[in-house]
Design a protein around this ligand. Sequence first.
Ligand code: GCU
Length: 366
Amino acid sequence: MNFILKSLSGWSAEEAAALDTLLDNRHVPLPQAASVSEWEALRPSLLETFETNVYGRKLPRPDEVIFTDITPRMYGAFMAGHAVRRRVEVKAKRNGLEASFPFELAIPANADAPVPVFVCLNFDPGVLNAYQPTEEIIDNGFATAGFCAPDVVSDDGDFTNGLAPLYYGPDDLAEDGYPKAADAAGKIGLWALAASLVLDYLETVPQIDASKAAVIGHSRMGKTALWAGVLDPRFFAVISNDSGCGGASISRGKRGETIGKITTRFPYWFCRNYQRFADHESEAPFDQHMLLALIAPRLLLVGSAERDLWADPEAEELSLYAASKVYALYRRADADRPLFHYHLRHGDHYLSRHDWHVYMDFLKDH
Ligand code: GCU
């Protein structure tokens, strides 16, 4: 059975006209840039808009970061000898404090040349988990490096654990436990920093081609993958799977989850300022297609699932369509190789093997 309903890197004139009408009806503000130089002149203020109003300020790098190989001896030959599994501890130091988190790598054992790599933002520890079909990834010639988000900092309103105290001391936290400053980074910002630290390590691994690193995440980690990709231009590709509200989906006219709903249940993922746009989407000086456009001209993949109405597949496609107007400015000589891709899969909210194969097939062409 073919699970993929749509797989595209462009829209027909008819589809584009229908999507343009939707953008108009929802009053989605489009970046006013007619050339790469005009767009690049706009870019810094747009990035600042997202830092101030959505995810919070980019966190400075720790003063010192130490990587230690902590691979248990029992890992030995992995996947019948096809892969090497490694566990690494990242110790970060800042303001006289330190914090650490582990991540795990799986690297094809017998590659002839350095391999591309996925930086996987995971919900579970280790290289074996429901959203990461590691054996298939290895068989397709990619390495993976993944951390478990709560190992970096807890997925809740507590800013006193993991990497958080390196950035927020007791005086920086308000009575509700969140950073006082309305533009201070929330949990997505802290996880995005961890993705960059993992990439620092990958740059030192001879078997890995870190210039071909794709950051990938599902759902809340898809939102994080987008933000990590925007903040760290070393990511060659950015992959958002079912990231929905506060991720790939346009907020104006969005169905399912809205800014009001997400900032009520998960305020701590974002900065406080984001709450100001609850039920006031149309007043926001941004919408999520601008976040996608900030990734241009690097590779951008957006995946949706048909029954994932909470994330709203239509809002995800519309957003990529609007961002594609910025990608079009960068049309290159090798334009036969598209820079972005959208797919819609049958089924529910999940990062499935079908999604992975779409992503891997696309990346193999680059
Ligand atoms: C909730 C939340 C979503 C998020 C999802 C997830 O459903 O409302 O915004 O994407 O959790 O991360 O699984």
